[in-house]
Structure formats: structure tokens, C-alpha cells
Ligand binder design. Structure first.
Ligand code: FMN
Length: 351
């Protein structure tokens, strides 16, 4: 087992600064936390197979994600309630993302205006939770598109999130936090939507993918896919990417891990669309293993939130900087000069 890591140190600093209920919400996991623990261990259980006689005089980490070129395949996952980590929320996260040439996922449950996120200069994807009143989702998608979102991330794995996660709707949260979902809507729109309009829809089927593509003209990445069968259903319905994700172990305690699910999803749809992955990525060698298994990019969640909580934009920058340094070091140690050279054969399971 690994000892205390730099991520553990940052998370401890964040916990010490945050109210208990916020710290618990950030850390939270479903069930008995099996998927969270195993999701971290699954990346650690992979072993890399170094190679020789490749030109490593320059090391390349650039990739293209749904038409946007980024300097690093380490992207930032959409996370709600960043205003609970720092009042300026994603404005600070976005500044660090821009500095590192990465890409920001912006949650439906952001507490920040789209235009302020866009002003950070970071490329961003708008993460969609489809609401029971679909006209609200339509308004938000139209506004995010107008503000410059490069793609939509449709999150489809949260049917049971609220009951699974203690503290997700804590009654003691200040109003500003609970209003996160509505900050980019007008009070009239919220009023008109009725008592359940803002709740997430529970009747989603694959046709929602085409609806969002048509509405926005943007590519759609479907987040929360864990099986080849679902990946196929998403691609057949028009998805431009799938994101293999357990929601950071927050969906189902006894879920399969992202590292275990990634190969079958890549085998099913990897030649047709981009496959991305998140949940449990904490080190450069995890990024290398994920890319070798066929991921175009990885998305990092909690470490970024803990960086934000403990150090604002500088804290996020430290997290992204460290992960990118480790990525470059691991790539060099692998004997490879470009992330594009990684292949499934470069990874094996720990004996
Ligand atoms: C505090 C928190 C809030 C999150 N909010 C959202 C959200 O609003 N939308 C979404 O699609 N995923 C959300 N996620 C899931 C992340 O996008 C991502 O899948 C997960 O954090 C990755 O796992 P990791 O934290 O182990 O890196 C959230 C995760 C955390 C920890």
C-alpha cells in the first residue's frame, strides 16, 4: 500500500479549513465506500511495461479533446458547489486550468455565472443535468453555448445520487450554496418551473443525446458509462465521446471500478468516438495507465477541489502542476516521447 501522499496532505489541509458538512460532501461516497476505495486501488494495481529506443528528447503531452487542443490530457472534472470551497468558485479553478493549458468541466450546479468562467480564458465544457422542466435545461444549454462552452458533458449516472450520498442536500447549507443550480437562470424562469422543475429528470433515454446536440450544435460527451453495452447505446444515439466514470465512487458502493470498465468500453467504441475516464486518478502513473488503456484524457475531481479549498487558484495550480510533472516523468521513465505512443500492451496487472 502507498503511504501518505501529497494528495492526502492537501485534502487534510482542506478539511481543516472547511466546515465539517462541506468537507464530508466533498469526500462523500456511496454505500460503504467500496467503490471509492477500490477505484483508487485499481489504478495502483496496474503495472507499466517500459520501452526502449524511442526519441524522448522532447516530451509531448498535447491531445485534442472534441476539437479543442489542450497541452495536457489531465482535465478538470465538473464538480458542484465549488463556491463552498472558495466564494469565487470556478473563476479560480478556471484561472489555474488556463495557466496549465487544461480544460474545465463546469457543473450544472455551479454557483458562478457562465460569462465569469469564460473570462478566465480556460476552455470549458458545460456539464448537463437534465431537469424535470426541460425548458430550464434548454435555457441553460443555450446560455452556456452562447458564453463559449466547447462541448456538453451529459451526466447520466445520478439517478440515485441523493439517497446514496449523505449530506448532499444538507439542510444547514447556506442559501448561496443551495442556489447553485439556478444562478444562470432568471428568478422568473425558476418561479415558472414549479416545485419539481429543478429536480433532475429520472426518465432519460438515449434520445436526449440528439436533443442536446441539436439544441447546442456542440459535441456531447456522455458521462457515467461503465459497460460496453451502454457505450454502444450512447454512440448509436449520436454521442461524440463517452466518459467512463463511477462519479468518484459516489454512485453505487458496489460498482465496478473505472479502471476495470475502461478496456471493454474502449474495445466497443474506441475506434468511433473519444473515450475519457475519471474516478480515482491521483498520480502521473495513473494517467499514463489510463491513456495506454485507450483513454484520450483523464478528468480529476477531488484533488482539484481540495487544492481550491486549501489554496484558491494557486492551490489548483499546484495540483495540476504536480500531476503534469509526474505525467512527464513517468512518460520519460517509460522510454516514450509522446502520450500518443502509449498502447494497451504498455500496461499489465500487478502479479
Ligand atoms: C464534490 C463533488 C461534486 C461533484 N459534482 C458533480 C456534478 O455536479 N456533476 C457531475 O457530472 N459530476 C460531479 N462530480 C463527479 C466528478 O465529476 C468526477 O466524476 C469525480 O469526482 C471523479 O472522481 P475523483 O474525485 O476520484 O477524481 C462531483 C464530485 C465531487 C467530489
Amino acid at each position: 500500500m502507498v503511504g501518505v501522499t501529497w494528495v492526502d496532505e492537501i485534502s487534510a489541509r482542506a478539511d481543516a479549513l472547511l466546515p465539517d458538512y462541506v468537507a464530508a460532501y466533498f469526500r462523500g461516497s456511496a454505500g460503504g465506500g467500496e467503490c471509492l476505495r477500490e477505484g483508487l486501488a485499481a489504478w495502483e494495481d496496474l503495472r507499466l511495461r517500459p520501452s526502449v529506443l524511442h526519441d524522448t528528447s522532447t516530451l509531448r503531452t498535447e491531445v485534442e479533446v472534441l476539437g479543442t487542443r489542450v497541452r495536457t490530457p489531465v482535465l478538470v472534472a465538473p464538480m458542484a458547489q465549488q463556491v463552498a470551497a472558495q466564494p469565487e468558485g470556478e473563476v479560480l479553478t478556471g484561472r489555474a486550468v488556463a495557466e496549465h493549458g487544461s480544460l474545465l468541466g463546469l457543473s450544472t450546479n455551479t454557483g458562478v455565472h457562465f460569462e465569469d468562467v469564460a473570462a478566465t480564458g480556460a476552455p470549458w465544457w458545460y456539464q448537463v443535468y437534465v431537469m424535470q422542466d426541460r425548458s430550464l435545461t434548454q435555457r441553460l444549454v443555450e446560455r452556456a453555448t452562447a458564453a463559449g462552452a466547447r462541448a456538453l458533458t451529459l451526466t447520466v449516472d445520478t439517478t440515485a445520487l441523493a439517497p446514496a450520498l449523505p449530506g448532499i442536500e444538507p439542510t444547514e447549507w447556506p442559501d448561496t450554496y443551495r442556489k447553485a443550480r439556478v444562478v444562470n437562470l432568471t428568478p422568473e424562469e425558476v418561479e415558472a418551473s414549479g416545485p419539481h422543475g429543478l429536480r433532475s429528470a429520472e426518465d432519460l433515454t438515449p434520445d436526449v443525446i440528439g436533443w442536446l446536440r441539436e439544441l447546442s450544435g456542440l459535441p456531447v460527451a456522455v458521462k457515467g458509462v461503465l459497460t460496453a453495452r451502454d457505450a454502444r447505446r450512447c454512440v448509436d444515439a449520436g454521442a461524440d465521446a463517452v466518459i467512463v466514470s463511477t462519479h468518484g465512487g459516489r454512485r453505487l458502493g458496489t460498482s465496478v471500478t473505472s479502471a476495470a470498465a475502461l478496456p471493454e468500453v474502449v474495445a466497443e467504441v474506441g475506434t468511433e468516438v473519444e473515450v475519457h475516464v475519471d474516478s480515482g486518478i491521483r498520480a502521473g502513473h495513473h494517467v499514463v495507465a489510463a491513456l495506454a488503456l485507450g483513454a484520450r484524457a483523464v478528468h480529476v475531481g477531488r484533488p482539484v477541489m481540495w487544492g481550491l479549498a486549501s489554496g484558491g487558484a494557486e492551490g489548483v495550480s499546484a495540483v495540476l502542476g504536480r500531476l503534469n510533472e509526474e505525467l512527464v516523468t513517468t512518460l520519460r521513465q517509460m522510454g516514450l516521447g509522446d502520450v500518443a505512443d502509449l498502447r494497451p500492451g504498455d500496461v499489465t496487472r500487478r502479479p
